[in-house]
Write a protein that binds this ligand. Structure first.
Ligand SMILES: [Zn+2]
Length: 379
């Protein structure tokens, strides 16, 4: 593995203001997760169809054992329905997670972490839907998820370059002030670009997959459907790539979800850099007993835009829990269906069926959350 990226990160830590870096102190997967060093996964340029060689099945680094888990793990029942649901809720992040070198784990570990249990289910889904061999499905699954996660890596590297140029923190501020706010909305250009990267990769290998005798579905169609079934932002794959890059560059530069950079600078955003080739991104497998990461925030897609529910919202008004509308800033009482505007004025009431659908969605995702009693007023 090329060491240049590690050297660059070390040098940047000396050169840049301290607040350019932090630490990830909560694991984004469940406590049962054990980290295995990468190796069994093939890189995007690697041979297709080669079966992974499980090696090094001992326990991973024990350094993580003392860390609290992200208070967010939910049971992974391990069936296709729950995989589809996980992808609808989290996009490809249901399958793997990128941990930035800007905020690595305490031993400075960073990179792409594949979640073993959902990945295995994803492989099964590919075998069923695309009708390819186990070995090919395995390779395709890892290739496509990696293609997505590597866009996060490239953006990380790009952001570091910008920080070195401007000598001020950008990436962590972007994470906090832009990414966390726009995630699961149409302004989440980082995820759009990452999915576009996955799709581009899928089209590139289409012919090779088609040559596999029993392939019944175009591989890129499968990936396109997965992207389209993902949350807003993730599903924005039809926007031209240059446009996505212009938005994402603007978000990083100006900390403004709506900002853009001109086309000439946009081409560099999250593109591969010679000094940080894709194979310099470390890969890991999180071996777990059937759990998938989930969030304390749930996005519920509806025809009138997504509602967001925070699991640990301190605000008990208008109900516990309640939902926030992504665009309008309205709040939804999950007991009555009343919608309150920004000025705490009652704006309207959701139709009973829509309210019930939203409640069902929350209950299906968070069986441990107690919903407010359903009001019988004004059915
Ligand atoms: Zn992603």
């Amino acid at each position: 593995m090329p060491r240049r990226i590690e050297t660059l990160i070390e040098e940047s830590r000396w050169e840049l203001p301290r607040d350019c870096f932090s630490e990830t102190s909560r694991l984004p997967w469940s406590e049962q997760g054990r980290v295995l060093l990468g190796g069994p996964l093939s890189q995007p340029g690697g041979p297709l169809g080669s079966s992974p060689t499980p090696e090094d099945t001992d326990e991973g680094p024990s350094i993580y054992e003392g860390l609290p888990e992200g208070a967010i793990a939910e049971t992974w029942p391990g069936d296709e329905g729950s995989l589809d649901q996980a992808i609808r809720t989290h996009g490809f992040e249901a399958l793997a997670i990128y941990i930035s070198f800007h905020s690595p784990l305490p031993d400075r570990t960073w990179g792409v972490f594949f979640l073993e249990a959902p990945m295995r289910e994803f492989v099964r889904k590919i075998i069923r839907d695309v009708r390819v061999s186990v070995a090919l499905a395995n390779s395709l699954a890892h290739n496509i998820v990696l293609a997505h996660e590597l866009v996060h890596f490239r953006f990380d590297v790009y952001a570091l370059g910008e920080e070195l140029t401007l000598s001020r923190p950008l990436y962590l501020l972007y994470q906090q002030n832009v990414y966390d706010r726009v995630l699961y909305t149409d302004d989440c250009w980082e995820e759009a670009l990452a999915n576009a990267g996955a799709l581009q990769r899928a089209r590139f290998v289409d012919n090779r997959v088609a040559r596999a005798a029993s392939a019944q579905m175009q591989w890129s169609d499968f990936v396109y459907r997965a992207c389209k079934a993902s949350p807003p932002g993730y599903s924005n794959v039809d926007v031209p790539k240059e446009e996505m890059q212009s938005h994402l560059g603007g978000q990083l530069r100006f900390m403004d979800p709506k900002a853009t950079v001109p086309p000439a600078s946009a081409t560099w955003v999250a593109s591969s850099q010679g000094f940080a080739p894709d194979d310099s991104c470390p890969l890991f497998v999180v071996q777990n007993n059937g759990v998938v990461r989930s969030k304390t925030r749930l996005t519920i897609p509806t025809r009138n835009g997504p509602w967001i529910v925070h699991k640990y919202d301190k605000d008990p008004w208008p109900s516990t829990p309640h939902a926030h509308h992504c665009d309008s800033g309205e709040k939804l009482d999950l007991g009555t269906g009343d919608v309150w505007d920004r000025n705490q004025q009652r704006a309207r009431r959701l139709p009973r069926r829509e309210l019930e659908r939203i409640r069902d969605y929350v209950e299906a995702h968070w069986p441990d959350v107690i919903m407010p009693g359903l009001s019988s007023r004004g059915v």
